[in-house]
Design a protein around this ligand. Structure first.
Ligand code: PLP
Length: 253
């Protein structure tokens, strides 16, 4: 599994979330950091993007050495990184899970308009499962009537599946819906837990990627990954004073 993600020093989101969620499914993450961040469990304060040539060199080096069965994309550090990633994905030809990290849960902006446009144009056509939350889906398809029209428009960009998650929506039930072009939408409902979490989206997307790498079809991968994420949220850890982070592995201290 190759993860291209940002580093979150709290360990709640980003690369650490990916590596833990993937290990918990029985997979191994090899990774290249797309950006470093200054952040706490509440919000992101600063982002410093990895130079695109460095990113490319690191991906190439891993591709020559490792058996990569799936790619998980998280925070993209700059517009320059997008064509580099797209080119490497075309060479790899493995399932891709793309989790758009447009804005931090704490409100910090993590993407520009031009980055969002490039993501739709260059990365969605190479994506197997795209995992926006409801706010991200609406933001990427401005003016859409409802979430199902958002999904329709996102599918038209060329990804195979869109999973719109509802953790950021109001209501006693969290409703996540999996859309595909040629099939009826599949809705999953989960009880809403009392708190908000930091890193839930990264956990879910990485678990989906690991399940795909194990050879499961997208429907089953998405279902299993949600069960795992729900379980991780139920045993969330308090590592700071802001939001709790998913308990993705068994902790003793
Ligand atoms: N930092 C990094 C590196 C991330 O990848 C993400 C989300 O994917 C965040 C911060 C924001 O996480 P959250 O919205 O759960 O706070």
């Amino acid at each position: 599994m190759l993860c291209l993600s940002g580093h979150d020093p709290t360990g709640g989101a980003g690369l650490q979330a990916d590596a833990e969620a993937i290990a918990a499914q029985g997979g191994h993450a090899v990774s290249v950091i797309t950006a470093q961040t200054v952040q706490n469990t509440d919000n992101v304060l600063e982002v410093r993007s990895t130079d695109w040539q460095w990113l490319d060199q690191a991906i190439e080096c891993l591709m020559a050495d490792c058996d990569i069965r799936c790619v998980k994309l998280g925070l993209i550090g700059s517009v320059e990184q997008v064509p580099v990633i797209a080119r490497r994905l075309r060479q790899l030809r493995v399932p891709v899970v793309l989790d758009p990290v447009l804005r931090a849960g704490g409100g910090a902006e993590l993407s520009s308009q031009s980055l969002q446009a490039l993501l739709l144009e260059q990365l969605l056509p190479l994506t197997t499962v795209f995992t926006p939350n409801a706010a991200e889906a609406r933001r990427l398809v401005p003016g859409a009537r409802d979430l199902s029209s958002c999904a329709e428009s996102l599918l038209q960009h060329g990804c195979d599946y869109v999973l719109i998650t509802g953790g950021d929506e109001p209501g006693a039930v969290v409703s996540n819906t999996l859309y595909a072009s040629a099939a009826a939408p599949v809705r999953f409902e989960w009880p809403r837990l009392a708190e908000t979490f930091h890193g839930a989206g990264c956990t879910l997307a990485s678990a989906i990627a690991a399940q795909l790498a194990l050879g499961h079809k997208a429907g089953l991968a998405v279902e299993r990954a949600q069960t795992y994420t729900q379980h991780s949220l139920r045993q969330a850890l308090r590592v700071g004073q802001g939001r709790r982070i998913p308990g993705r592995v068994r902790h003793r201290v």
